[in-house]
Design a protein around this ligand. Structure first.
Ligand SMILES: N[C@@H](CCC(=O)N[C@@H](CS)C(=O)NCC(=O)O)C(=O)O
Length: 205
């Protein structure tokens, strides 16, 4: 059976879990990372020398890097659905998957500063820079989503998964942000999906 290592409050673990649930896969999840430890054990480091989560094991095949895990699971179990079979449509989805790390980089100081750092230790300048950069990126996505249901067009694909997880953090951290109608409508569409509500749109910790 598919095995997924990772704590459920990790944005990158959420991507693997969301994909597995969308595909209806049976899997076992093992808590790992931060307070759960595990990632520094010799057994884990043998699988993932980065000491990070998520890691998966599928019939003896070990894989890390969350977006690659999403690609792998969707290509294996969702070809022609979550993973577009047309080469250009697939590249379009993958572009938004990779761009999700651009969004994550912008949001890092905001998320860590406001959610995981006590008020007296916060770096207000870094948080503000991250907030402005995240808004700039959210506006790009909002413009792209105008007239579309999902990032690649009419259908939900793997292209929505990593960026959906990053935008959840953007919309749930306590910051001022402009109203972006297309982005918020897309987010509400994601909220109609049970796996998104089960693993992604949960309180930030
Ligand atoms: N590019 C990697 C980054 C993985 C990563 O940074 N994971 C974080 C959680 S989001 C982690 O393992 N942090 C240390 C920990 O949880 O102990 C991926 O997408 O899988």
């Amino acid at each position: 059976m598919l095995k997924i290592w990772g704590r459920t409050n990790s944005v990158n673990v959420k991507k693997a879990l969301w994909a597995a649930e969308e595909l209806g896969l049976k899997y076992e999840r093992v808590d790992a990372g931060m307070q759960f430890g595990v990632t520094k054990t010799p057994e884990y480091l043998k699988m993932n020398p980065n000491s990070l989560v998520p890691t998966i094991e599928d019939d003896g095949f070990v894989l890390w890097e969350s977006h690659t895990i999403v690609r792998y699971l969707c290509a294996k179990h969702g070809m022609g659905r979550l993973c577009p079979s047309d080469l250009k449509a697939r590249a379009d989805a993958e572009r938004w998957m990779d761009w999700a790390f651009t969004f994550q980089n912008a949001m890092r100081s905001v998320f860590w500063g406001l959610i995981r750092t006590p008020p007296e230790k916060r770096d207000a300048k870094a948080i503000e820079e991250g907030r402005l950069q995240s808004i700039r990126l959210a506006e790009i996505l909002d413009k792209h989503l105008q007239g579309k249901s999902y990032v690649t067009g009419a259908a939900f694909t793997m292209g929505d998964i990593p960026i959906g997880c990053e935008v959840q953090r953007y919309l749930r951290v306590p910051i001022e942000r402009p109203k972006l109608a297309a982005l918020e409508a897309w987010f509400e569409r994601l909220r109609q999906r049970a796996p998104f509500m089960k693993f992604v749109d949960i309180p930030l910790t």
